[in-house]
Write a protein that binds this ligand. Structure first.
Ligand code: ACO
Length: 324
């Protein structure tokens, strides 16, 4: 028994903020952002629009694409670092909206690799026969924890959501997932506040400061090394050559990291789904968003071999090799 992606969906908030818009708000330039990151614009959630709002739209599209009904969903796993509430978790908030009552629904919080973690968990439940129609979501409103005065991080992030439905299948399907983390890297990328540790208040504005702290170039180096190993690991575990991969669907943090992974796979950039220019880094949402873009514009076809990978705060990272 395998699990197979039966449908994909995504949603982006309407408001678009370009690099030129950011030039007016902080000491940065379109040229700096584009050449260092590949980002040109990002979507930002409207006031009052939450992570679960974005997720619901993405989930309904995935459910429709899979040809199932919301009531058939019997397992929900939701990757996010920017939950609506402390509790209930975003999985159950989404469950109530979909009317898929009674099934397990929960969230995983592993920053940008959250969707890969969620996919790996759902795969195990579908493979074991415990779930027959699993909804896997990655959704974020990172703009809510962005310090708009910090040009080092504010230019990088965006909001959005992506989702897939996993169903049982006699054929692969998900061929493998590999998950990793190393908490010793915490200081390179973190948010220095939380419910238990407490929140700092910005003396000038009186607002809570939950800004992202990142040692960008160090994160970059570790990401390239760890993701490179993850790519090799996924292929070796399946006894496959690099040439077997039809599409790389990477985490969209930086075009230079994406390019390094394409090189590692000896894949031309035409075989990589790249959305970073339009979405920025949407953390947990980035891989399912990119997958849905590739599926809906017709590039990703049934039977293609996809390599999904992501890297994020923790550090956490992982891969999924998928026969679509
Ligand atoms: N506009 C203009 N100048 C800037 C900006 C900006 N927005 N941001 C930083 N700079 C300046 C810096 O102050 C520095 O100036 P200095 O040399 O005078 O000190 C200079 O640009 C160079 O900064 P670097 O950090 O060396 O730039 P780098 O080439 O490393 O690019 C970047 C920075 C884009 C952040 C890159 O390191 C990166 O993408 N890192 C990885 C990010 C990532 O993958 N994160 C993981 C996932 S995120 C998550 O999990 C939530």
């Amino acid at each position: 028994m395998y699990s197979r992606i039966a449908g994909t969906g995504s949603y982006l908030p309407e408001k678009i903020v370009t690099n030129f818009d950011l030039e007016k708000r902080m000491d940065t330039t379109d040229e700096w952002i584009r050449t260092r990151t590949g980002i040109e614009r990002r979507h930002i959630a409207a006031e009052g629009q939450t992570t679960v709002d974005l997720a619901e739209a993405a989930a309904r599209r995935a459910i429709e694409a899979a040809g199932v009904t919301p009531a058939e969903v019997d397992f929900i796993v939701f990757g996010t670092t920017t939950p609506d509430l402390v509790f209930p978790n975003c999985g159950t908030l989404l469950q109530a909206r979909l009317g898929a009552r009674g099934c397990p629904a929960f969230s995983v919080e592993t920053a940008c690799s959250g969707f890969i973690y969620a996919l790996s968990i759902a795969d195990k439940f579908v493979k074991s026969g415990e779930a027959k129609c699993a909804l896997v979501v990655g959704a974020e409103t990172l703009s809510r924890i962005t310090n708009w005065k910090d040009r080092n991080t504010a230019v990088l992030f965006g909001d959005g959501a992506g989702a897939v439905i996993l169903k049982p299948s006699a054929e692969p399907g998900l061929m493998s997932t590999h998950l990793h983390s190393d908490g010793a890297y915490k200081d390179l990328l973190y948010v220095d506040s939380g419910v238990s540790k407490g929140f700092k208040v910005d003396a000038a504005t009186g607002k809570v400061d939950v800004g992202i702290k990142m040692a960008g170039s160090e994160v970059f180096k570790v990401a390239v090394t760890k993701l490179g190993s993850a790519v090799d690991e996924a292929l070796a575990a399946n006894g496959l050559e690099r040439s077997a991969v039809n599409w790389l669907v990477p985490h969209q943090a930086n075009i230079r990291i994406i390019g390094a992974m394409a090189k590692r796979l000896e894949l031309p950039m035409e075989r990589v789904i790249v959305t970073v220019q339009d979405h920025g880094n949407t953390s947990t949402a980035s891989v399912p968003l990119a997958l849905d873009v590739g599926v809906r514009d017709g590039r990703v076809k049934r039977g293609d071999l996809l390599l999904l990978e992501a890297f994020g705060g923790g550090f956490t990272w992982g891969s999924a090799l998928v026969r679509f």
